[in-house]
Design a protein around this ligand. Structure first.
Ligand code: AMP
Ligand code: GLY
Length: 427
């Protein structure tokens, strides 16, 4: 079958790499893709939110499966768009309906959903312009640190952890009255601060059944030792050493089952990935956030650890028979380390020529995924803040990280930066 994959990051390179290994995939198109996805299929110059152009392309190229990488098209309703067109209806779109995507697209919606379905999460209240004064008064009743979340999508920047009441009140005013994050912060969730250690669980659901994919822990800060600004993620490891069988049983019973059943009970169509961000608070899992897609860079280690034919799993999701599948996981540990442009997550330059890309691939335990790259004048050049995700297998996460770090030393571009300490707590 012909498959269309939407997106252009490291996550999409990993999806492309994995899907073309399937005998079921005859031709893969990636819109818009990057210099890495070119190795596995044909990049097409279509915007991920240009549904009319996607529709034309799908019909002209006999696309039989659409896989959506990032959240944007999902929150903009690509699933529903396909459902609304008779000639597109039968083509499975991997990703939830607009309602389902609100688990990521609206923090308030996600909190209401969790409360309704008894999914453990931090206590919260929501405020907007009409009750801003109540919000300011509510802050005074809370013990800092106080967590403020813009309701809508804010490019990963919409969560503020405030150390004092004063700071929290100023930020609440900035968000609601001064549109700090535009329309996304017209409504704000204020929630209890949870103290613990974070990890992520990924679920693939067809709306009735589900499969749990390998766990991951990401490292979001730019600096070693988890210091400095937040980023989209500077690396991650899988499996998560403290996500024991007992912990995963709690996650399944208290979080995954109520989430999948809750979606179904509420009549929300969801055929895709659920990324569940969790906090382990003294051995109990609490949901910090839902995302309606796979993580980036988590995908770059989760997919290599899955031994199944991914296309077969995705077709089963479309056919609502994921229950018939068994997910087989590579026992080895895996890690990915992000190679970023100097200056990221603030200003950085693009267009730097990358050399040494093929050397690490000679090692069968290492895969170089492209994130922000493109081809210019026949050369691969940097085209984003996160440039590459270098994934490796190892007997332990420490060994996997060491292999990725060694591989990165063979790759060069001006301003290259990476964290050498991914997985440091587990050494
Ligand atoms: P989010 O965008 O929802 O993933 O939040 C960004 C980060 O803020 C999370 O990865 C956590 O590190 C932190 N965070 C979010 N909510 C809480 C909370 N209730 N308690 C403590 N930390 C939080
Ligand atoms: N790595 C975090 C995310 O994909 O949201």
């Amino acid at each position: 079958m012909n498959i269309l994959l939407l997106g252009s990051g490291g996550r999409e390179h990993a999806f492309a790499w994995k899907m073309v290994q399937s005998p079921l995939c005859s031709k893969l198109y990636i819109a818009p893709g990057n210099a890495g996805t070119l190795q596995h299929g044909e990049n097409v110059n279509i915007g991920i939110n240009d549904f009319a152009a996607i529709e034309n392309f799908v019909l002209q190229n006999q696309i039989a499966l659409v896989v959506v990488g990032p959240e944007d098209p999902l929150v903009n309703g690509i699933y529903d768009y396909f459902q609304s067109k008779p000639e597109l209806q039968k083509i499975p779109v991997i990703g939830p309906s607009l309602q389902g995507a609100l688990l990521e697209g609206s923090k308030a919606f996600a909190k209401q959903f969790m409360i309704k379905h008894h999914v453990p999460t931090a206590a919260y209240r929501e405020f907007e312009a009409e009750n801003l004064e109540d919000g300011l008064a509510y802050i005074d009743t809370q013990t800092p640190p106080i967590v403020l979340k813009a309701d809508g999508l804010a490019a990963g920047k919409g969560v503020l952890i405030c150390a004092t009441h004063e700071e929290a009140k100023n930020e609440l005013r900035e968000m609601i009255a001064n549109a700090k994050f535009g329309q996304a912060s017209a409504r704000v969730v204020i929630e209890q601060f949870l103290k613990g250690i974070e990890f992520s669980v990924f679920v693939l659901t067809d709306g009735t059944s589900y499969k749990i994919l390998p766990t991951a822990k990401d490292y979001k800060r730019i600096g070693e030792g988890d210091t400095g600004l937040n980023t989209g993620g500077m690396g991650c490891i899988s499996p998560v050493p403290f996500a024991s069988e007992a912990m995963m049983k709690l996650v399944e019973d208290k979080v995954i089952i109520p989430t999948v059943n809750g979606l179904k009970a509420d009549g929300i169509v969801y055929k895709g990935f659920i990324y569940i961000g969790l906090m382990n608070v003294d051995g109990e899992p609490y949901v910090i956030e839902y995302n309606c897609r796979m993580g980036d860079p988590e995908t770059e280690i989760v997919l290599p650890r899955i031994k199944n034919d991914l296309v077969e799993l995705l077709i089963a999701v479309g056919n609502e028979n994921i229950a018939s599948q068994t997910v087989l996981t590579d026992e080895r540990a895996a890690a990915t380390v992000i190679v970023a442009s100097g200056g990221y997550p603030e200003d950085y330059e693009k267009g730097k020529v990358i050399t040494g890309l093929d050397t690490p691939n000679a090692n069968r335990d290492t895969i170089v995924f492209h994130a922000g790259t493109k081809v210019a004048d026949g050369k691969v050049v940097t085209n984003g803040g996160r440039v590459l995700a270098v994934s490796s297998f190892g007997a332990s996460v420490t060994e996997a990280v060491a292999k990725s770090n060694a591989a990165i030393e063979q790759i060069h571009f001006e301003g290259k930066y990476y964290r050498r300490d991914i997985g440091y707590e587990f050494k």
